[in-house]
Design a protein around this ligand. Structure first.
Ligand SMILES: CSC[C@H]1O[C@H](OP(=O)(O)O)[C@H](O)[C@@H]1O
Length: 348
């Protein structure tokens, strides 16, 4: 089975699957400049917390290549300008800011080196972020598979697969590992209004993999949960506070309330790069608001009356009290999360 690769850097160009066009058109979006990466993240050509972190890292590399002929002071100044813009391309997913922070730290730590050496280090760092995410996805998938019963019916929300990462996925990575390990699982995938990441992207990934599944309108989940049809709910994350409060795609909070009411296990699946160690609770998380057209149009066709007011938050925050566990590459973190969320490596 051909692995899905959301983005790939090849000889000065960042190749991305254009996720705005899937599943009916499989097109590649080419980024030759950091500004094109900034646009691609904002317009969700590439999306998903880990994937946009990797995209931003290669955006930094494209900037470094663009400015590498400049004198070092000019190079460093222009790099900071580009990193600042990339850092603002989407506000909620912490992986983006984490990738930019890694590039800033690298430029500071090796500021005495030549520009060409700095460019090489930036490329190596971007490649390392990709390699790490690929490995982390497998480890998380295996930890997650340990809590998936044989013949489990799993509910997913949004897209948390290969298209949201640079590996096999987070929550959908757990689904993949369970399926690949031979478990007879079934998936209900929320279509996830308004951008339909579930209906377009997760459905496509599940069919590519041959995983038995049904696509559902988001509101169907409540009846399935009430009627005991769901054994476990797996969702991704964009930012996790150190008390376990988690920002994820809009609609996640509602699922968590249903899960708690009907005692269905509700797991977040995310790498520790999604934990914001500077944030102690979810109230502080900035929730991205996106355009009205995402709600009033489908595939560019208007569905709502012209001029209707729209409120379109792209994420919501699930309180830690509703979360059974957080599946990471370091194991499954359970409550009390503020005690069990591991310190950053090197801060142990
Ligand atoms: C690997 S989890 C990705 C996470 O990102 C998605 O948001 P978006 O499609 O807007 O980037 C969603 O919240 C997923 O859970």
């Amino acid at each position: 089975m051909k692995e899905i690769i959301a983005l790939e850097y090849q000889q000065g160009i960042l190749h991305m699957i254009d996720q705005r066009k899937l599943p009916r058109q499989q097109e590649t979006f080419l980024c030759k400049t950091w500004q094109e990466v900034d646009f691609a993240i904002q317009d969700m050509v590439v999306r998903g917390a880990p994937a946009i972190g990797a995209a931003a890292a290669y955006g930094a590399l494209l900037a470094a290549k663009e400015y590498e002929k400049e004198p070092k002071p000019v190079f460093l100044s222009k790099m900071e300008e580009s990193l600042s813009v990339l850092n603002e391309s989407r506000p909620t997913a912490v992986n983006l800011m984490w990738a930019i922070k890694r590039m800033r730290s690298l430029l500071k730590q090796y500021a005495q080196e030549s520009v060409s050496q700095l460019v090489e280090r930036i490329e190596a760092e971007a490649d390392a972020i990709v390699a790490a995410d690929q490995a982390i996805n497998i480890t998380m998938g295996d930890y997650g598979n340990s809590i998936i019963p044989e013949k489990a019916t799993i509910l997913t929300h949004c897209n948390t697969g290969a298209l949201a990462t640079v590996g096999i996925g987070t929550a959908l990575g757990v689904v993949r590992q369970a399926f690949r390990s031979g478990k007879d699982i079934f998936v209900y995938a929320d279509e996830t209004r308004p951008r339909l990441q579930g209906g377009r992207l997760t459905a496509w990934e599940l069919m590519q993999e041959g995983i038995p599944a049904s696509l559902i309108a988001d509101s169907v989940a409540a009846t399935l949960i009430r009627d005991g049809k769901i054994d476990v709910i797996l969702v991704g994350a964009d930012r996790i506070a150190t008390n376990g409060d988690t920002a994820n795609k809009i609609g996640t909070f509602m699922l968590s309330v249903l899960a708690k009411t009907y005692q269905v296990p509700f797991y977040i699946v995310a790498p520790t790069t999604t934990i914001d160690f500077d944030m102690s609770h979810g109230d502080e998380i900035v929730i991205e608001e996106r355009s009205s057209e995402e709600v009033t149009h489908i595939d560019g066709h208007p569905t709502a009356p012209e001029g209707i007011q729209v409120y379109n938050p792209a994420f919501d925050v699930t309180p830690h009290q509703n979360i059974t566990g957080i599946i990471t590459e370091k194991g499954i973190i359970r409550a009390p999360f503020h005690e069990n969320i591991p310190p950053l490596k090197g801060e142990e």
